[in-house]
Design a protein around this ligand. Structure first.
Ligand code: DHB
Length: 312
């Protein structure tokens, strides 16, 4: 038997794959489909306190090797996802899901954290510090002082299992600085990476930017992201306290891509663009492909190779 079981802290999951937040997790119907898929768990669309409609369309486009998006944080509001999660946990004892939270200000993040803290939610919370698509709102994850301030304020009262979703970093000094901050807090996980922010793609027929918001600038996902996802997971796994586990996100199009993220140190693997394009059945294919790679290597468990990347 080739086992894809994994865990984050005390939370156990039967399968290492899940969706990346934002992808097919907007409505109860989307979330039910993820729950019924082979994914080991799932995360809800990043929530703000109030419902948002997001940016004008077209705001997602498929690219040759991935996707570009500038959704602008459309979501049903925290209460919608929190209520879904509470109903889910009642119906599925022993299964754990992730709530994603993306306030546009520190105050909004803290207010949502208070709501979750005071609720009966018993899963994990992903604080998204890396939404690139709201005009006029820089990503918290690129501002080290603000990140530290937010986490300092958060952990004065927040006691539920939590992690952060980070943008990609491109300089080793950034990994050092961010890891030094994250290591000061009781985080269960760090999720790397969000999309490669603010790319631009042009339709050659019309000389027009492919998406409408922000003059065509948007987050790039899919195969374009793979080397950066691997590097970010690897860099953080080398720098974070071992109690802080890694979720690897970015560039998964087949089972070998997931295997690589796990080699780099990931305990869970999220799927974004590919899930958008193929739907929740993709988890069945990816699981089969990952198991096939493991079998050729003689491995039966993820722990046989997790974090075991070799270098020359
Ligand atoms: C959106 C995109 C992101 O990459 C993210 O982390 C949160 C929200 C969006 O555009 O909706």
């Amino acid at each position: 038997m080739t086992d894809l079981q994994t865990s984050i802290g005390d939370f156990q999951f039967d399968n290492v794959f899940m969706n990346a937040s934002g992808v097919r997790c907007y409505t109860e119907e989307d979330l039910d489909a993820l729950a019924q898929s082979d994914a080991g768990t799932f995360v809800t669309k990043s929530a703000t306190q109030a419902k948002r409609l997001g940016n004008p369309s077209p705001r997602y486009a498929r690219l040759e090797l991935g996707s570009i998006n500038s959704m602008g944080l459309p979501n049903e509001g925290l209460d919608y996802y929190l209520n879904y999660a509470l109903k889910f946990q009642e119906k599925h004892p022993g299964q754990w899901i992730f709530l994603s939270v993306a306030g546009l200000t520190m105050e909004e993040n803290l207010a949502m954290a208070h709501t979750i803290e005071e609720s009966d939610f018993n899963g994990l919370v992903e604080f998204n510090l890396s939404c690139p698509n709201v005009p006029g709102k820089p990503q918290t994850g690129y501002d080290f002082d603000r990140t530290k301030e937010l986490l300092t304020n958060l952990f004065t009262f927040f006691t539920k299992p939590a992690g952060v979703k980070l943008p990609p970093y491109f300089d080793l000094a950034q990994f050092d600085q961010m890891a030094a901050i994250l290591n000061q807090f009781p985080l269960q996980f760090v999720n790397s990476i969000n999309s490669l922010g603010n790319g631009l793609m042009i339709d050659p027929e019309t000389d027009t930017a492919l998406i409408k918001p922000k003059g065509g600038f948007g987050g790039i996902g899919g195969a374009y992201a793979k080397p950066f996802a691997l590097a970010n997971v690897r860099a953080f796994s080398q720098r974070l306290d071992p109690k802080i586990q890694l979720i690897g996100t970015g560039g998964v199009t087949n089972g070998r891509d997931a295997y690589d993220l796990i080699l780099a140190g990931a305990s869970l693997v999220q799927v974004g663009t590919l899930l958008q394009e193929e739907g929740p059945a993709v988890f069945t294919r990816l699981s089969r492909e990952l198991q096939a790679v493991m079998q050729t290597k003689g491995y039966t468990n993820l722990s046989d190779f997790k974090g075991q990347l070799k270098t020359q």
